[in-house]
Every structure is written in C-alpha cells, then in structure tokens.
Design a protein around this ligand. Structure first.
Ligand code: HEC
Length: 473
C-alpha cells in the first residue's frame, strides 16, 4: 500500500463520516417529528429502534468503521501488514465488546439487586409492588416498582436493550476476527479433528443456532416451570455442548464457543422474549387494555436464566488466559464444574441481597472451586537422573519455538512475537521457564497445535532442565 492509496482512502473515509453525520442528523430530526405526530398514531418501527439521541449517526458511523475494517483487511490480506491490521481489529473490537458487556452485566446486576432488595412491606402506595431508597454519586434516589404497569405510560420511558444487542454483535465480530479469520491457527486443531476453515466456521455458527433453538424450545414447554428440573436439564445440555465443542475444535476455541452459546441465549432472551414482551405490555397499557401479567412473568423468567448465566460467561471470556482450564485432558468437565460453582455463587448473592439466610451456599461454591484447583494440579513427572546441559534445551527452543517467539518471527501467521514472548537469548528463556513448564510440559499446548513437531523426549528434556533449576551456564 502506497502513501497515495492511504491518502485517497482517508479522504473517502472522512467523506463517508461527514455524509453519515449529515444523514444521521436528518433522520434523527425526522424521527423526532414522527415521534411528535405518533403519540396517537401507529409507531414507526425504525423510528422506535433508533430514536435515541444521535442513534442514526452512531449506526452510520458504526457501518462506516465496519466498512473501513473490511476494506483495509481486503487490501492488506497476504501482505506483511495482515498480522498488524488483525491485531488492531482484535484490540478495537475487544475493547468495544468489553465496554458494552460491562454496561449490560452492570445494569443487569443492578436490576437484579433492585428486585431482590425492594422494600415490599412498609408504607406502599396503591398499585406499588415495592420501593427502594439509595444514595450514589452524591445524590439520593427513590425508586418504585409497579405491580403491573402505571395507569398512564410516561412519555420518557428508558429501555435497556442496546447494551445486550451490541455486546452480542461485537462479541460475534470478535469471534470472527480472532477465531474465524485465523481458523487454521486458532479454531482448528488437526489432532482434534481435521477440518477446513469453512467447515469449522459452519460448525461453530451452526451449533450456536441449534443451541438457541433447543433452549428456546425447552423454555416453551412446562419443564420451565420446574426451576430445579430445568436447571439440571439445562446444565446437562450445555455440558453436552461443551463436550461436543471439544471434540471438533482446538480447546480454547471450544471454550469460547460455549461462552458464545451462553451469550447467545442471554442476548436472544433479551431480543426475542424480554423486549417484545415489554413492548406488548406498553402497547396494551397505551391502548387502555388490561396488561397480560403472564407476559411480564415469562420475561422475568428469561431474565432469571440470564442472571445465572452471567458468571459462567464471564469465566469463559477470561478462560483463554488459563491453560490449566482449557488445556486439561477433561477440559469440558472443568468448564462444567467451574460454571456450576459460579452459578451457585450467584445464587448466594441473590439470596443475601433479598435478606434471606444462606449459611451453606457460599461454602459449597468455594469448596467446589477448591476441589477444581486440586483436580487440575499438574503431574510433575518422575525424577530426573542425569544433568541436562542448557545447550540441548537452547537447541530445542531454537528449533521448535523461535519461528514464532522471536523479535523477527519467520512464521507465516505471526509477524510479531505472540504475546510479546521472545526466546532470542538464554536469559529470555530462563526468565520464562515457569511459563514454559506450564505450556510445554503440563498442558502441552505449546508449540501452538504442535506446528513445529516437538517430540515427547524434547518435552521431557525441557522438564528436567527446569526441575534442575533452569540454569543457563
Ligand atoms: C506457531 C507459532 C508458535 C510456536 C511455534 C510456539 N508458540 Fe508459544 N505462543 C504462540 C501464540 C499464538 C501464543 C499466544 C496465545 C497463547 O497464549 O496460547 C503463544 C504463547 C506462548 C506462551 C504464553 C505467554 C504468556 O504471556 O502467557 C508461552 C510460555 C509460549 N507460547 C511458549 C512457547 C514455547 C516454549 C514454544 C516452543 C516449544 C512455543 N511457544 C512455540 C505461538 C507459538
């Protein structure tokens, strides 16, 4: 790419931004006019969707940025800049994803707290289910919850949905940027199953859709009314999916797909059930009809499911930093056990927030976590008899690792050392010896997918060298 192309490109990009801004403003002002007219007429769907301040502008900007990324990627694919642009796409999309995720989980935790902590007994007005006083950021707040709906729906009613939608969208985009665009190095592990990238992507997306359909179906049967039965069934089915993912994908990709599956349940619940139910309730109230309380109940149930899925999802999102979880031989069981422990912990929070007694719930979750730590403890292997000379280890590392882990990698995919880890000098190696033990000996997930063909004897040599104190003289 020459300087000229970049200049032309930037010019067009700025042009698109200006257009987006103008179009956004125009649509926004017509949206507002429609809103003013709408009060007694039918509601405009698109106007509804984006009538928030500048919503259109953001949509246009989002599309422009997405277009920019796709364009840049198509221009740079195959060039030495490919790795660089992928890294920045990864960074930006991840940043957006965690920001929306925090906003979503944050509001969700807040409303669960609210629901749990409402005063439902003392001095309530007619038609009010509960109220709550709070102080935050130097101000006092007083909140009331209605039993069903207020007599007149207020003009300014705040909804909470974009946090969920954008978390899902950015999460899916991140899945594409990290796993689907790099399918050969991240999604697929030929020792697990020999897939082509497109097969891998199709299986990943297909299982997400299948999972949602299954979950939604079960939620429409009477099983859902029996909370305990539903929880056990749901837990077993998700564990089944976790197992299935580990049978087709590289371990880390398998984990992230379970996270994506749960995230899809949660966002799907918001998009397909909770928000439509709320819209129907609002419409009924506006039309002066009686609001069907079952709508609210079903939406509450789905939001209750979401509540228990949050901590498992958050664990999975950070799990890819922890090879003793996804790298374990029974990684799907570890995932299931940690998820269960964290859901029990969430249950504990729910109970204490509502002021009930919960002596044993937290210790059970803590004990489960401790047994998982114990179960995943490494097998350090046998005794090392002969002294291992560093030169032998140095040769192994040079042969098996430095194609990726050097300041100038020769690997096709890695144009910069992964995670900034380099093994150029003996000191570099010594410094990292603990992590090398973790990844090469214990979890054996380095070299990545064993692309450089490291042998068991070599792993054994590295192990003994580290056990003997990782000396480099
Ligand atoms: C094909 C490229 C490739 C090869 C070869 C390779 N690695 Fe890696 N390595 C990666 C990637 C990608 C990551 C980052 C993702 C991860 O943590 O798994 C990584 C991460 C690591 C980490 C974790 C660093 C951290 O900050 O947590 C260690 C340790 C490591 N590699 C050691 C090794 C050793 C030792 C070898 C040789 C025996 C090796 N790697 C060979 C690609 C490779």
């Amino acid at each position: 790419m020459t300087f000229f192309t970049i200049a032309v490109f930037l010019f067009f990009f700025i042009l698109v931004l200006i257009l987006a801004d103008q179009l956004g403003k125009f649509l926004w002002s017509t949206g507002k006019q429609n809103e003013a007219k709408e009060l007694d007429g039918p509601r405009h769907k698109i106007g509804d969707l984006l009538s928030n301040t500048g919503g259109y502008t953001y949509l246009m900007l989002g599309l422009a940025v997405l277009g920019l990324m796709v364009f840049l990627y198509s221009q740079l694919a195959g060039s030495p800049y490919e790795g660089h642009i992928k890294e920045w796409m990864n960074l930006l999309v991840r940043w957006v994803h965690i920001t929306f995720g925090i906003a979503w989980i944050g509001t969700s935790f807040y409303f669960v707290f609210l629901e749990n902590s409402l005063n439902r007994t003392k001095g309530l007005r007619d038609g009010i289910a509960g109220n709550l006083w709070s102080v935050h950021g130097g101000g006092f707040y007083y909140i009331e919850k209605y039993k069903v709906a207020p007599e007149k729906i207020p003009e300014e009613l705040h909804w909470f949905k974009y946090e969920a939608y954008f978390t899902w969208l950015s999460g899916f985009l991140l899945l594409c940027v990290v796993y689907y665009l790099n399918a050969n190095s991240y999604l697929i592990d030929k020792q697990v199953m020999d897939l082509s990238p497109s097969q891998g992507v199709a299986i990943g997306i297909g299982m997400l859709i299948l999972g949602w359909l299954l979950y939604d179906l079960v939620c429409k049967t009477p099983i859902v009314k029996n909370g305990m039965l539903f929880a056990i069934l749901g837990f077993l089915v998700v564990t089944g999916f976790a197992w299935a993912f580990t049978q087709v994908f590289a371990p880390r990709a398998a984990y992230i797909h379970v996270g994506a599956l749960l995230g899809t349940f949660m966002a799907g619940n918001v998009f397909f059930v909770i928000i439509p139910a709320q819209k129907a309730m609002v419409n009924a109230a506006i039309a002066g009809k009686e609001v069907d309380a079952r709508l609210g109940q079903h939406a509450r149930l789905r939001s209750f499911h979401n509540n228990y899925m949050t901590l498992p999802v958050l664990f999975i999102m950070i799990s890819n930093h922890f090879p003793s979880t996804f790298g374990h031989e029974y990684n799907w069981l570890i995932l299931a056990a940690i998820s269960l422990a964290s859901a029990i912990f969430k249950h504990f929070l729910n109970i204490i927030e509502s002021g009930r007694y919960a002596a044993w719930v937290f210790p059970i979750a803590a004990m489960m976590m401790m047994s998982i730590v114990f179960m995943t403890a490494p097998d350090t292997g046998g005794k090392c008899d002969s002294k291992i000379a560093f030169s032998r280890v140095y040769n192994i590392i040079n042969e098996r690792c430095t194609t990726c882990h050097s300041s100038r990698p020769t690997d096709k995919v890695w144009s910069a050392p992964p995670n900034g880890v380099v093994y150029d000098t003996p000191e570099d190696i010594q410094k990292m010896s603990e992590k090398i033990m973790q990844r090469v000996v214990i979890t054996k997930n380095m070299p990545q997918n064993n692309q450089t063909g490291m042998t068991e004897e070599e792993r054994e040599l590295v192990r003994c060298w580290i056990m003997q104190g990782a000396k480099i003289e």
